[in-house]
Design a protein around this ligand. Structure first.
Ligand code: FAD
Length: 426
């Protein structure tokens, strides 16, 4: 039988709050939130202010390069994609295009999720190479492969919940192409351990690696790890390296045939907009008849729905978050601690929302079917989330990032010359 919901008052002291979440979720796996990560908009804005778009452009593929580490904040809505892109445009102008392209990758995957829904959990296309069906071995989940690079990636994943994009690509390629693990199992496990875990960015990236959402599989060799990883992993590695060969040899070994001579569409890096902002005037209901349900994609005190005076509610729902690692629950608690006057509950979302029975629930729309199912409320109004680019994409355009980007790239800086030249501060 489900327990009735309990009201939580989050401790204002951060250490106490982290301990409180540990107590509320005794089943949650993994370590406490690493000190390098504090949830919430305040930290997110600090990170945004330190972004160096030039350094990003030059070094983003290197593990010690200038990656922004913004993904957990974007994933939980502490920052919107739109304000992040605006900030890059204003600080770096056209030099920020690489970073804007990467940020747009996130929007792209989300548009694919909105369009194709749960189907993104299955192959989007026939894979261009044979994919394996092996279960995820324990030695991967525990990080004891013997390969220093892969074990270190799993250690970072479990400890911090953040892994650099290039390392995610190496790891996924190793698991799919060398170990022939079923990509769905691997993707589920990987997503569950991330602070930025997101069905679309994660599952579609795994499919990109596996070539069921791209023209050819992604794989790598030792030279690539040394060049972008710095070489220290390889110096310590005691085993014979399975990656130490040319791309031609590895392709033959892994897939049997010579590399296909197709254009590298998906490898062309990722990213645009006419924003539809949620504003108070979009609220269809009076404050005294509505309750705002804050879900895990909108954890910012600046969220437009919070401009109304309607009560706001967040629910730590075990049906949604029971499998999430402790660190991610603590990250969300940090975010919530910055959103004043929020009723925070532990229990079933549907039951909590039903307890505000005289009120109509409003929330930000999501492609996440699990969130929608949890609310289970016919009287819930979903307000459209702001889209990065105000344009329509055909199914065909959504099947490759390069097509999406071709359409939106001209929009990115379309009005900037005029806008910034009229701005006395520019
Ligand atoms: C196998 C695999 C699994 C992944 N799973 C996730 C996931 O669950 N959640 C997630 O947010 N990202 C995922 N990514 C995408 C990407 O690795 C992360 O967004 C990025 O590494 C986050 O670090 P950052 O903020 O420092 O990125 P930066 O390089 O600084 O990029 C800035 C922002 O752009 C967006 N971005 C950059 N690259 C991508 C990309 N390839 N796809 C989508 N968005 C991108 C992110 O929002 C990121 O925060 C995955 C990639 C791979 C290869």
């Amino acid at each position: 039988m489900t327990q009735p919901p309990v009201r939580l008052t989050l401790a204002t002291d951060r250490r106490e709050r982290l301990a409180q979440i540990r107590t509320c979720f005794p089943q949650a796996s993994g370590p406490d939130l690493d000190d390098r990560w504090q949830g919430g908009r305040v930290t997110a804005l600090q990170r945004l202010a330190t972004i160096d778009a030039d350094a990003y452009h030059q070094t983003r593929n290197h593990l010690d390069g200038a990656a922004t580490r913004l993904s957990p904040y974007l994933r939980h809505g502490c920052l919107s994609l739109q304000e992040t892109v605006n900030s890059v445009r204003q600080s770096a102008g056209k030099r920020g295009v690489k970073l804007i392209a990467e940020l747009s990758y996130r929007d792209y995957f989300r548009q694919v999720w909105y369009r194709f829904g749960e189907a993104i959990k299955q192959p989007m296309e026939s894979p261009k190479v044979a994919l394996g069906t092996q279960p995820l071995p324990d030695f991967i989940a525990q990080g004891f492969t013997g390969l220093v690079c892969m074990d270190e990636i799993v250690r970072q994943l479990r400890q911090e919940g953040y892994v650099h994009n290039h390392a995610r690509m190496w790891f996924a390629a190793y698991v799919l192409h060398w170990l022939k693990v079923d990509w769905r199992q691997a993707a589920d496990w990987f997503e569950q351990n991330l602070l930025d875990g997101d069905l679309a960015s994660n599952h579609l990236s795994w499919q990109w690696i596996g070539a069921s959402f791209s023209h050819k599989p992604y794989f790598f060799n030792k030279e690539n790890i040394v060049k972008f990883g710095g070489g220290h992993w390889c110096q310590q590695c005691p085993v014979r390296c399975p990656f130490d060969a040319s791309y031609e040899t590895l392709h033959q070994q892994l897939f049997g045939a010579p590399p296909p001579q197709t254009g590298d569409e998906a490898a062309a890096s990722h990213s645009a907009y006419l924003p539809v902002e949620i504003t108070a005037q979009h609220l269809p209901l009076r404050d005294d008849s509505a309750v705002v349900w804050l879900h895990d994609e909108m954890l910012s005190p600046e969220h437009a729905l919070l401009k109304s005076k309607a009560p706001r509610v967040f629910v730590f729902d075990p049906a949604l978050y029971g499998q999430w690692p402790l660190k991610r629950l603590q990250f969300m608690a940090d975010c919530l601690s910055e959103i004043p006057e929020t009723d925070i509950w532990l229990g079933s979302t549907a039951q909590v929302l039903a307890s505000y029975s005289q009120r109509h629930t409003i929330s930000q729309n999501t492609p996440n079917a699990r969130l929608k199912a949890a609310a289970d409320d016919a009287r819930l109004t979903w307000l459209q989330e702001p889209s990065l680019y105000d344009t329509h994409f055909s199914d065909h355009e959504l099947m490759r990032f390069s097509r999406y980007w071709k359409k939106v790239e001209p929009l990115v800086f379309a009005n900037d010359d005029e806008r910034f030249s009229n701005d006395p501060a520019a």
